[in-house]
Design a protein around this ligand. Sequence first.
Ligand code: HEM
Length: 370
Amino acid sequence: MNNPAVWQFSLNALHATMWGGSLLVALIVFSRLVTLRTLAVATLLATLALVMLGAYVRLTNAGLGCPDWPGCYGKLSPTYAADQIQAAEMAAPDGPVSLPKAWREMAHRYCASFVGVMILAIAIQALNNRRKGPADADVQGRKIGLPLALVFIVVLQGLFGKWTVTLLLKPVIVTLHLLGGMMLVAFLAWLSARHLQLTGGQPSALRSIRPLAAIGLIVLGVQIALGGWVSTNYAALACVDFPTCHGTWKPGTDFVHGFHFFRELGMTAEGEPLSNDALNAIHWAHRIGALVTFLTLSYVAHRAMRLPALRSLGGALLVLLFVQVTLGIANVLGSLPLPVAVAHNGVAALLLAALVMLNFATRSPSPFDR
Ligand code: HEM
């Protein structure tokens, strides 16, 4: 074959077929040969890694490393788009496109499609179990609501991934993409807890902690959303001191523009550059949220640790909470070191998974303690 363009096209098509084939093989293996319990836990771990990889892509400014979706300049791999990437890099040497950035962005998409396949396999197994009936499958394995919700969210996540790129990192879209990832973590943690058969002990002891754990989950959800708003608006270094901001407990703030959701990155809704006061407001809200989250979750953890069946989950929650606050402060004082910022994202996801499992356990009294 003498024509390099035809040669490139054939290689790209061959690799696309191989990639599609590998995903299909993975789907068959996961839906037939792996138990639902192992699959749920493995998918939870893979999603935690994927969420952290997403943070790494954002923090290394690689989010627009491939300006189209789902391919990179329409190709499966940046290797086949090397000419276009080089041209874009030469036109804007400090711009968003370069070969390493394109690889990072595509690595996130490859991993996301793998997680998508794992979630699809969970749904297929649950649907098969339901068809087989009570004699062949346990009751938990036949519940299909959560597996189908996971499929819905992962498809939506794919679309938010696309809009993140095509709408040029609009803060509200990037935040919703982060929250979608966190929602996947939460749902997979619930599914894992179900298949690991976590229980909370005596029903009477669980009655008072159940609403507390639910409140803790709402508070953590809001705090994660506030954190996402900080990172997607690049407000991490709006205050570089701690615990005060610009040396004062009352920094200048503009909550109206800071929390206007429908606007471009770094701009107000009217198209003016976003002021420092608006960035201060975004940053400061996350700090106040951190205080409320810390107080609420340490109380939830303390109450959980008093119950034998919830001791380890409560302990894990407390440790993760301390680690998370330390990482947050290190982010501010160290001017956002990459490993610390990625870890702050990952520990938020772990905190969420632990708290969801705790909530599950408070709703599952032990059959032996009734
Ligand atoms: C109490 C628990 C906390 C939770 C659950 C939490 C959660 C989060 C989350 C989910 C993000 C978004 C990460 C991302 O998009 O990659 C974030 C960002 C951030 N958080 Fe926290 N946070 C907490 C406490 C703190 C504290 C105490 C501080 C500092 C005083 C802090 C400072 C930051 C900063 C500077 C960012 C922006 C990082 C970036 O741009 O990547 N956080 N937080």
